[in-house]
Structure formats: C-alpha cells, structure tokens
Design a protein around this ligand. Structure first.
Ligand code: GLU
Length: 292
C-alpha cells in the first residue's frame, strides 16, 4: 500500500496558508475568490468528520494596504500597527466566509515567548481542545503587534515553524504548508534546470537541510529552510507534513485524497512502519516544468 493512502484517514489537520497564497501578488489585495474556496474546502473537511486548525498569515500586508503604507517602510512600530489593523480585517473576512456555513471561527494569537512557557502551553492546548470540541475553527497567527524582535528570540519570524509548533501542541496527525512552490527540490529550480523534485522524505539529514538552503521560495517570510525546520518539529512530534503549492487551493483536496502531490515528510514514528513501501531514490524525478 502506498503511504500516501494513509493521508485520507488523518483526523486532526493543521493547514498553513501564507500571504502569497491568500493575496494577489501584483496588488497585495486579498484574493477573495481563493479565500472563499479555501473556506469551502475546510467546511468539507469538517463535514467528513475531520478536525481543522488554520494558521493564516496576511495581517501585515492586509494592514499595509488598509493604511496605505508602502512596503518599503520597514519601521518596526509601523509594521506592528499594520499587523494590528490587518489582523482584525483578516478575521473579519474569515468570520464572514465561515458564517455562510454557520461555522464559528476563533482568533488564536501566539508568540514564541508564550509557547516557551509551560503554563501558557497548557492553556493554549486546553483552549484549542475546547474550541475543536465545540466545532469552532481556530485561526492562528503570530501576535505580530507585540512580538519582540527576532534577535531576542521573541518572534517566530515565519508562520511555518509556528504552524509546526501548533501541530505538536495539539498532537495533529497532519500538517499541510501551502507554499508558492510545489515542494522540495534538490536545488533552486528557478536557477538550476537540473534541480530534481523530492516527493517523499523519510529522514531529514544534513544533505537534505543543505538542499533546503539552496531552494528558496519566491515570496513570503519563510523560504524552504524554514519549511524544513517546520518538518523537523512536526515529524519528531509524530505528525506527517506536506509542502504543497498554494497556487491552486484545491491542492488541499488532492493531498487529502492521497494523491502524490507536493513533498511529504513522513513522521519519525511512521517512517519505520511496514506500510511504507517507498523507495525514495526512485521517487525523485527530473523536473522539466519551467518555474516562474
Ligand atoms: N505573521 C505574519 C503576517 O500575518 C506573517 C508571517 C509569515 O508569513 O510567515 O503577516
């Protein structure tokens, strides 16, 4: 049996969408059509009896747009103001879309400091459990308005690793990172035509980490490096992880249908299971498609 088949049975799923997935790259405005489809996909997953948690970026670009502040303005205070404005807007849109299906959403804002405190962790976990019990969809983001600078280790900096930490916290079975690239390549496919695509990763070793450093993504805070960091956290915690291209939001359905799409990182505990008949070396193919 193909290991991918087991993804159909995953019960608790964390899905991370980046700013590049939910906004138009040309204008920075929200892609409402895509967001609407995304919400419908989530509702369908709930209808199938799944539990879903969303990690959504977008507060800063949405706030910038609302305030008419240029992306060149790198002032920390301005960025925080944008986050505060944008987060409210983002939640308003999610709430509106989910309410069409009579489903409630909840805003969960985390900081790295809070995740590092045992007490906060327990509180957060209990809150997630209670929300899921009440069929509410938690929508998570970093609390950018108060996050301390990265140098002080107070900031996640990217939602990839935060999504993995959420997956670990709530003991999710599957984490899906919607990216602006199909998945992991042996090198950056935009610069190296010989870069090959990797479908399945059973073990994250130093060679693979090096590949992640070479293969960047076009936009968003986290490049491939942060996605591999996220995979390390998730797979160690017993959660499978898939990096998939968010260009078409329906990719989520393909992943959940067990289709061979994106890069799958198999959780450490599952990598040893008999069900896994993959030969990863055969699973790599030369990528011919031109990447924008
Ligand atoms: N938390 C940031 C935002 O909502 C984005 C971080 C990221 O995209 O990784 O804009």
């Amino acid at each position: 049996m193909d290991y991918r088949e087991t993804l159909k049975e995953k019960k608790r799923i964390v899905i991370k969408v980046g700013s590049s997935t939910i906004t138009y790259p040309e204008t920075g405005n929200i892609n409402l059509d895509k967001l609407e489809k995304f919400v419908r996909i989530l509702i369908n997953l709930l209808n199938r009896g799944k539990e879903v948690v969303v990690v959504s970026s977008g507060s800063i670009p949405i706030g910038r747009k609302a305030l008419g502040i240029d992306a060149d303005n790198k002032s920390d205070a301005t960025k925080k103001a944008c986050a505060a404005v944008g987060q409210g807007r983002l939640m308003m849109i999610y709430e509106k879309l989910f309410s069409e299906y009579s489903t409630l959403t909840a805003q969960m804002l985390l900081t790295k400091e809070s995740i590092m405190s045992e007490e906060c962790c327990i509180n957060a976990r209990n809150a997630f459990e209670a929300l899921i019990d009440h069929h509410v969809v938690p929508i998570v983001n970093e609390n950018d308005a108060i996050a301390v600078s990265e140098e002080l280790y107070g900031i996640f900096g990217d939602n990839d690793t935060m999504a993995a930490q959420v997956a670990e916290l709530i003991e999710a079975d599957l984490l899906i990172l919607m990216s602006d690239i199909e998945g992991l390549y042996t090198d950056d496919p935009r610069h190296n035509p010989n870069a090959r695509f990797i479908h399945t990763v059973r073990k994250i070793d130093t060679e693979l980490e090096q590949m992640g450093k070479g293969a960047g993504t076009a936009s968003g805070t986290g490049g491939m490096h942060t996605k591999i960091e996220a995979a390390k956290i998730a797979t160690k915690a017993g959660c499978d992880m898939v990096i998939a291209n968010g260009q078409s939001i329906y990719t989520i359905n393909d992943v959940m249908a067990g289709k061979k799409i994106g890069t799958l990182f198999i959780a450490e505990k599952n990598a040893k299971s008999d069900i896994n008949e993959y030969a990863p070396e055969k699973d790599i193919y030369r990528h011919h498609k031109k990447i924008k």
